[in-house]
Design a protein. Sequence first.
Length: 223
Amino acid sequence: MYVVVNAAQSVDGKLSTRRREQLRISGEEDFDRMDRIRAAADAVLVGVGTVLADDPHLTLDEEARRVERLRNGRPGDPARVVVDSTGRTPTDARILDDAATTYLLVSAAATPERREELSDAGAEVIVAGEERVDLLEGTGALAEAGVDRLMVEGGGEVIYSCFAAGIVDELQVYVGSLVVGGRDAPTLADGEGFLEEFPRLELTGTERLDDGIVLSYGVEGRA
Ligand SMILES: NC(=O)C1=CN([C@@H]2O[C@H](COP(=O)(O)OP(=O)(O)OC[C@H]3O[C@@H](n4cnc5c(N)ncnc54)[C@H](O)[C@@H]3O)[C@@H](O)[C@H]2O)C=CC1
Ligand SMILES: Nc1nc(O)c(N)c(N[C@@H]2O[C@H](COP(=O)(O)O)[C@@H](O)[C@H]2O)n1
């Protein structure tokens, strides 16, 4: 499976404010670029923190659906994936509507009753891990379900875990021209943080879009 992480951050590395409310960092050109990455993916993944904060839909806009998905011979939207150990995704979340398949990666900590409720709400529930979702196991199950190319949109906890699990092949970051600040505001990679064996990146491209810049990286050690 090929994994591409895409996110938008402020100049000081924040994904949103300390209140964790959705913050528009990208402009129109960058949202179009994001849509093209979504269109090329078999599935788009976020953490439950993002679902609770943003209630995202994670579908394509009409133009991306028409041009990109059809061009790749795969009409329709990519699947949606939520990393959600205990099954906190609300059953009326937009991500559970019938616009596309939605996989919920839960752990054994999600009760059978909660798994059934989420399944009744339309989710394909996959159990991976004991306490927290085990991303290697979870992405392995997604690969078995036919996901060859996965886009990770965030937030900071899940992006960190993807790097820690060693599954990231490519990182694209849009750096918007604003300062957000706040020691408790989510950043591109939160979690525990690395003390050694930092993921090393190779800068593969830069592009000015809107009033910001896209930085593209490959991850060293990934073919
Ligand atoms: N600017 C951007 O591009 C984006 C911004 N955001 C922002 O990020 C914020 C949400 O980010 P976070 O709070 O970091 O939440 P998150 O979306 O990264 O979800 C983290 C949660 O997922 C669950 N989880 C289960 N297994 C896990 C594992 N193995 N590793 C990590 N998490 C696991 C935990 O409950 C954890 O708290 C919101 O403010 C949202 O608006 C989110 C996506 C993109
Ligand atoms: N690329 C990007 N730029 C921003 O400025 C953002 N705030 C985000 N957030 C992500 O986009 C999701 C919204 O998806 P829908 O429009 O609901 O499909 C949100 O949940 C974040 O993942 N991304």
